[in-house]
Ligand binder design. Structure first.
Ligand code: DON
Length: 572
C-alpha cells in the first residue's frame, strides 16, 4: 500500500532560531504500565515516563497545579533514584520546552573538565586505550543535571523547589520496590564488568537491589536533601562537592572544585523546522539530533517527490531510510560539535536545496557504495527520556543520560550517585569509532570545558501553535532513528501513540558498512529481501520511546512495551 505525502516537496527547514524567553486544559484516569494507551476528552494532562515512580510523581505535581516544567524537575530527580541505569544527578541532558506561546531549549550537557585534553585517551603509540573513556572516574564530564533543573525552575517553575524534590528524597531514604528489569540490569552489569576485569565500587552500592525487595540509598538521600535545601549550591559546593573532588583525586579523575563552579547550564534557541504543515521544535547543537532528524525527514520528503512514498516498514522504506542514514551520519561526523567551540553549519545542513540534492542519487533498490558517501557540504547504552503535557498545553520533552547503562560504573563515595562516562562521546581520535560506532574529527575533539557531541533529540511538534506531539528516546546514535520513526509513524503514517512507539524500528548510520540494526517484528520476507539486496542485519534492539500525541479527540500517551515505562492521561 502506497500513500502520498499531501504536500510533498514543500520541505522547508527554516532554522529559525527564534529567541524564547517567557513564562506560560476532565475524564477518567487511564493508566496501564508499559504500552499505556489512553484517549480521553480534551481537558487532560499527560505524562509518558520510563518507570512507574516517575510517572506517578510527575502526575501528582500536575494534579497539584504544577506545570510541565515542575513535573519534569520532579521526574528527573525521581529517576536518579529509581532508574539508576540512566536517571541521574551525575550526568546531563537536554530539555525542549513549549511554554505558553514560546519555545525554549535547556542544554544541561556535561562539559569536559579543565584538565582534559585531546589525546587524553591515547596510549604512547597513539592508539585509543580501551575502556578509559567508558569506565571509572576519568570517563566523567562535569555533571550538568542539577544546574539544569535549577535553571529550569528559576525560569519556569511555579511550585516550591523543596516540594519538587520531595518524592526523590523519600524514595532514596525510605526505599522503593526494585523492578525485575532493574535487578536484571544490575546483575548483568556486575557480571560483564567482572568479565572485563573492571574494578569499581558499583556492587557495593547496587548488588543488594534484588527484584521485589525494598532498596534504600542513604548516601544518595543525603545528596538529594542537600540539593533540596540549598538548590544548585547543594551539589556544586559544600559536602557533595567535596565528596566528588575527593573521589576524583583518589581514583584518577579530573574534576576539580573549579570545574564544579565553572559548570553552567545554557538556554539555547531550539531548532525549528516546517514540515508537512507542522512545526518541529527540536535539539540544536551540541546535539546532532535535531539536524539529523531534519535531514532524515527532509530527504524522505525529497525522495517522495520523485517516487511514491514507501509503505511504513516495507523493504523499500527500510532501504531508503538507510540510504538517508548514511548521508546523515557522514555529515554528523564531519561538521558537528559544541557550538561554543566550533562553528556548526546548521543552516547549510538543513537547507531545503542541500537536502534535495543530497537525496537525489538514492536508488529504490540498490545500496550505495559506503566509502563514496562523504560529508556533503561543498565548503570545506543508557539514557532515558520522558514527555509531559500539562493542562495549559505547555509541554516538555526531556532526554537525560549518564551515557552507558550505569554510566562510568563508579559511585561517588559518601554522595551515593553514579557518575557519567560522557567523555566517550567526544572523538578520542579522528576516525576511531566511539562506543556507539560514531566517528568524528576536529569539530568534536576534546578541549577543556567543551561539551561532547550528543545524539539526544527531545522533540516537540506543533500545529497552529498547539503541541500535537512530544517524543524522544535513549539509545546513543539510534536515538535519531527512534525519534524520526516515532514522529513519522504518528504524523505521516497516522498511527496511534501506542502503535507509533511499538511499531518495529531500524537504524543505519553509515558504519559498519551496509548494516541495518533492526528490532524483531519485521516480516521474514522483508528481512530476506534486505539480505538479498546486500544488507547485514544486526538484531540488537534499541530505544525506549515515550510519546504523547494530541488529536481532536484528546490526548494519548504511550511508553514502549519493551521497557518498564508508564504513561498516564488524567483529567485535572
Ligand atoms: O548523548 C548521547 O548521544 C549519548 N551519550 C546517549 C547515550 C545513550 O542514549 C545510551 N542509551 N542507551
Amino acid at each position: 500500500m502506497k500513500k502520498r505525502i499531501a504536500n510533498a516537496g514543500v520541505f522547508s527547514a527554516i532554522v529559525a532560531f527564534i529567541l524564547v524567553v517567557t513564562a506560560c486544559s476532565h475524564a477518567p484516569n487511564t493508566s496501564v504500565d508499559n504500552a499505556t494507551h489512553s484517549t480521553v476528552g480534551l481537558s487532560q494532562q499527560a505524562v509518558a515516563m520510563p518507570d512507574s515512580y516517575s510517572a506517578d510523581a510527575a502526575m501528582q505535581v500536575l494534579q497539584e497545579g504544577g506545570n510541565a516544567i515542575d513535573a519534569a524537575i520532579t521526574a528527573q530527580f525521581v529517576l536518579a533514584v529509581t532508574l539508576p541505569e540512566a536517571g541521574n544527578v551525575g550526568g546531563g541532558g537536554f530539555m525542549t520546552i513549549k511554554f505558553e506561546d514560546n519555545t525554549d531549549f535547556l542544554d544541561y550537557r556535561e562539559m569536559a573538565p579543565e584538565n582534559a585534553h585531546r589525546d587524553m585517551y591515547l596510549d604512547e603509540q597513539g592508539d585509543v586505550k580501551p575502556y578509559e573513556s567508558l569506565f571509572g572516574a576519568k570517563a566523567s564530564g562535569i555533571p550538568g543535571t542539577v544546574a539544569g533543573m535549577w535553571a529550569a525552575h528559576k525560569k519556569y517553575g511555579t511550585l516550591d523547589w523543596e516540594r519538587l524534590l520531595a518524592p526523590a528524597v523519600h524514595l532514596a531514604e525510605q526505599g522503593f520496590v526494585v523492578h525485575e528489569k532493574l535487578a536484571n540490569n544490575i546483575a548483568r552489569y556486575i557480571s560483564r564488568t567482572q568479565e572485563k576485569g573492571i574494578n569499581n565500587n558499583f556492587s557495593e552500592y547496587f548488588a543488594q537491589a534484588k527484584a521485589g525487595t525494598t532498596f534504600k540509598q542513604p548516601e544518595l538521600a543525603k545528596t538529594l536533601k542537600a540539593i533540596q535545601q540549598q538548590g544548585k549550591d547543594g551539589f556544586y559546593k559544600g559536602d557533595v562537592a567535596k565528596h566528588i573532588v575527593d573521589f576524583m583525586q583518589q581514583n584518577g579523575g579530573l574534576i576539580t572544585y573549579e570545574d564544579l563552579l565553572a559548570y553552567k547550564a545554557v538556554w539555547r534557541k531550539p531548532l525549528h523546522l516546517n514540515w508537512q504543515g507542522y512545526e518541529l521544535v527540536t535539539a540544536p547543537p551540541p546535539s546532532s539530533g535535531g539536524v539529523a532528524v531534519a535531514q532524515w525527514i527532509g530527504m524522505l520528503e525529497a525522495y517522495d517527490a520523485t517516487h511514491d512514498l514507501p509503505a511504513q516498514n516495507s523493504t523499500e522504506y527500510i532501504h531508503v531510510m538507510s540510504e538517508i542514514g548514511k548521508r546523515v551520519f557522514a555529515d554528523r561526523a564531519e561538521y558537528m560539535g559544541d557550538p561554543d567551540f566550533v562553528s556548526v553549519p546548521v543552516e547549510a545542513l538543513t537547507d531545503a536545496n542541500y537536502i534535495t540534492q543530497r537525496a537525489a542519487d538514492i536508488q529504490p533498490t540498490s545500496i550505495s557504495d559506503t566509502p563514496s558517501v562523504k560529508p556533503g557540504l561543498k565548503e570545506s547504552e543508557d539514557t532515558t527520556h520522558f514527555s509531559i503535557i500539562d493542562r495549559w498545553g505547555n509541554a516538555v520533552a526531556n532526554t537525560t543520560t549518564i551515557n552507558l547503562t550505569f554510566g562510568s560504573g563508579v559511585v561517588v563515595t559518601g554522595a551515593g550517585f553514579l557518575l557519567n562516562d560522557e567523555m566517550d562521546d567526544f572523538s578520542a581520535k579522528p576516525g576511531v569509532p566511539n562506543f556507539f560506532g560514531a566517528v568524528g574529527g576536529e569539530a568534536n575533539a576534546i578541549e577543556p570545558y567543551k561539551r561532547m557531541l550528543s545524539s539526544m533529540t527531545p522533540t516537540l511538534v506543533t500545529k497552529d501553535d498547539q503541541v500535537v506531539l512530544v517524543t524522544g528516546s535513549p539509545g546513543g546514535t539510534t536515538i535519531i532513528s527512534s525519534v524520526t520513526q516515532s514522529l513519522l509513524n504518528a504524523l505521516l503514517y497516522d498511527m496511534s501513540a501506542e502503535e507509533a512507539v511499538n511499531s518495529p524500528r531500524f537504524h543505519h548510520q553509515l558504519l559498519p558498512k551496509d548494516t541495518i540494526r533492526m528490532h524483531d517484528g519485521f516480516t521474514e520476507a522483508t528481512v530476506n529481501e534486505l539480505k538479498a539486496m546486500g544488507y547485514t542485519i544486526d538484531n540488537r534492539r534499541f530505544g525506549d520511546v515515550h510519546l504523547i500525541k494530541r488529536t481532536k479527540e484528546g490526548v494519548e500517551a504511550a511508553s514502549e512495551k519493551s521497557g518498564r515505562g508508564k504513561s498516564l492521561v488524567q483529567p485535572y
